[in-house]
Design a protein around this ligand. Structure first.
Ligand SMILES: [Fe+2]
Ligand SMILES: [Fe+2]
Length: 352
């Protein structure tokens, strides 16, 4: 039996219906896409524009340029810790080894073998790999993937299974994970750079197609922002917080130059080192380094574009890419797809 109060409520709803104002249509206001989400961040510019190229491809000149810039920043710095960081960085840049371990000889040897553009017998590659126990482990791990039912019976079988291209990439990744990409205090930023760099490497290699120097393009992509890691490394060593403004200023102005010095220190080819020096496109240079640098810049934008798409941010990357890629003879959307696929592969690897 229905109570009198609920009967009354139903009567009132029926009776008052004609007098009530019709429900207001909710106006669906589409907020404009955040067109410049990446460009309107706290640092006020798109990530691919945050960098200045090296002033030349002459190591002595570039080193002098970095030291002068750091000295100027030191004089202008307000805090004791910032000055200490800038002084430390100057002494590191002044040394020949830049505070970095040598690039693993095994990987250099592999690179030399694999980038000759001729078929290298698996036995020959296995001989080089077995010099480094950790690298052997990395290759065996890769060859035990779900595509094969049984584990490889030898390193030679593992090398054949993995294939030259994957082997080259695995060894480079291994080398950099082992030596460079560990920066206490700034590890999360370093991981971001590492992931971004792997995507840039894939796009740069895709742009080269079947060209012989594809491995070099991949390597230059992987290392294009390595100068940032040297800077973070010094900031992390200090044990005291460096102010963000000083850190970003040094990174923006110096990372391409420092990256160039690192590439030269590790004896990479002049084209690769030069492309790292010029990857922000503020200095255009003709010839091999200039051409690879233009590819790196485009790959950098595509990688940032893919990252923004994953984060569901709109970005100006596509517009910039269309212009850039047209000049280089590539399709911007295809590049973005390569970037999407590379970052998806990377997330799958990380999740595994
Ligand atoms: Fe950069
Ligand atoms: Fe980058």
């Amino acid at each position: 039996m229905e109570s009198s109060s609920s009967l009354w409520r139903r009567f009132w709803v029926w009776f008052s219906a004609p007098f009530r104002a019709p429900p207001r249509k909710r106006r669906i206001t589409r907020r404009p896409e955040p067109e410049v989400a990446l460009t309107a961040g706290p640092r006020g510019s798109a990530p691919w524009t945050r960098g200045v190229d090296a002033p030349s491809l002459e190591p002595i000149h570039v080193r002098r340029h970095v030291l002068d810039g750091l000295h100027e920043a030191e004089v202008a710095a307000r805090s004791f810790d910032d000055r200490a960081f800038l002084r430390r960085l100057q002494s590191t840049i002044a040394t020949d080894d830049l505070g970095l371990p040598p690039f693993p000889g095994t990987v250099v040897e592999l690179k030399r073998l694999l980038s000759r553009g001729v078929e290298v017998p698996a036995a020959r590659l296995a001989l080089v790999i077995e010099k480094d126990h950790a690298l052997v482990e990395a290759v065996l791990r890769q060859a035990r993937g779900p595509a094969w039912r049984t584990p490889p019976d030898s390193l030679r079988t593992a090398v054949t299974r993995v294939g030259n291209d994957a082997l080259w990439r695995a060894s480079m990744r291994f080398a950099l994970e082992a030596t460079v990409f560990h920066v206490p205090g700034y590890q999360h930023r370093v991981e971001e750079i590492r992931e971004h760099s792997l995507v840039v490497a894939e796009i740069a290699a895709w742009m080269l197609g079947d060209a012989e120097d594809r491995g070099g393009a991949w390597l230059a992509g992987l290392l294009h922002d390595i100068g940032k890691l040297v800077i973070y490394k010094e900031a992390g060593r200090l044990g005291a917080p460096v102010s963000e403004s000083v850190l970003h200023d040094v990174i923006d102005r110096m990372h391409a130059s420092i990256g160039f010095l690192v590439a030269r220190r590790w004896e990479f080819a002049e084209v690769e080192a030069g492309a790292i020096a010029l990857h922000h496109g503020t200095t255009r240079m003709p010839g091999g380094p200039g051409r690879l640098a233009a590819y790196l810049r485009a790959a950098d934008i595509a990688a940032h574009g893919a990252q923004a798409r994953r984060a569901r941010q709109a970005t100006t990357a596509r517009q910039v890419l269309v212009a850039d890629f047209r000049g280089l003879g590539f399709d911007a959307d295809a590049a973005l797809n390569v970037a999407d696929q590379a970052s998806m592969r990377l997330s799958r690897l990380q999740a595994a």
